[in-house]
Design a protein around this ligand. Structure first.
Ligand code: MN
Length: 307
């Protein structure tokens, strides 16, 4: 398929920075890990096509549980795994078995259906897991997996960015993007960095290390800053060298998505059909995954009546 349609940039202005909002994430436990879910958040389900962001928090136990997420299905989304510390192995129903290390991008596209498992090495793990909602053009299509061990970097005025997806400055990621979007890890030096934007994009800034300031707002670890479209740039302040954040952006999706469990769709019937396929071990849709971990059963959708 050809590349995503690029949105036309409107006139950029700095006044929109007054519209920046910050939100606190919610802590939870997922697959043996402590996480902070910063997206979706209250009143906001997507930023561009980014529809889910979990920060994997440092394990606080003396004997931490490793990341153990057994085989489970996805539809209608791409998953991004981005580690800061530790190592994990991804295996999926395409037959992929891929070690994931810090600074490397694993991008799994579910389309009509995929199943996968993730097993962390017995070492402290930190990172971020993100989902990207697929557009109608690809969300019923084939599943795929990409791993990028090398990603382009770009010097910003007071920072260096690694571009996971999309383009930032003159660096462009080789990773697949089904909608116009950007995802970058930005390592800040003390002072202010102005992250370049596309005017038509809305953005989120997620601190990874240290506390930062986005516009006039202090954004603590486990929180999220939302930047409205039409910003000429995003001013990010760090008080010390080495603060890190993730910058996520994209053209507003323009269509509401329905997310339930591990599925992203548009309506309940689609989600129910995927749930039934997983429950019925439908190998045509969600093939087997080679993993030592147990298969994860889906709860029934809340709208589904049995009996
Ligand atoms: Mn998953």
């Amino acid at each position: 398929m050809s590349g995503p349609v690029e949105p036309k940039d409107a006139a950029c202005q700095d006044e929109v920075l007054a519209g920046i909002e910050v939100r606190e994430g919610r802590e939870a436990a997922v697959g043996g890990m402590r996480i902070a879910r910063v997206l979706p958040t209250k009143g906001r389900r997507t930023v561009g096509a980014w529809c889910f962001t979990d920060l994997i928090l440092p394990a606080d136990a003396v004997d931490p549980d490793p990341m153990e997420v057994g085989p489970h299905p996805h539809i209608g989304l791409a998953t991004v795994t981005w580690l800061l510390d530790g190592e994990a192995v991804h295996s999926d129903s395409l037959g992929t078995e891929q070690a994931i290390r810090p600074g490397q991008l694993s991008l799994m596209t579910a389309g009509h259906g995929i199943a996968h498992a993730e097993l962390g090495a017995p070492a402290p793990l930190r990172g971020v897991q993100l989902w990207i909602a697929q557009p109608d053009a690809t969300r019923h299509g084939a599943a795929a997996f990409e791993h990028h061990a090398e990603l382009p970097r770009v010097d910003l005025d007071n920072a260096e960015a690694t571009v996971l997806i999309g383009a930032l400055g003159d660096a462009m990621s080789p990773a697949r993007a089904d909608t116009p979007l950007v995802g970058a890890e930005v390592t800040l030096r003390a002072g202010t960095t102005r992250v370049p934007t596309r005017c038509a994009f809305e953005y989120a800034v997620v601190p990874l290390d240290g506390t930062i300031k986005v516009g006039d707002h202090i954004v603590e670890h486990g929180w999220l800053a939302l930047v409205p479209p039409d910003a000429a740039s995003i001013p990010i302040d760090a008080t010390a060298d080495g603060a890190r954040c993730m910058v996520l952006g994209g053209a507003p999706l323009g269509t509401p998505v329905l997310m339930w469990w591990n599925f992203v769709g548009r309506d309940r019937d689609e989600i129910t059909a995927a749930w039934q396929s997983w429950r019925n071990h439908d190998d045509d849709r969600f093939g087997p995954v080679r993993s030592q971990l147990g298969r994860i059963d889906a709860p029934a959708p809340p709208w589904h009546r049995t009996g």
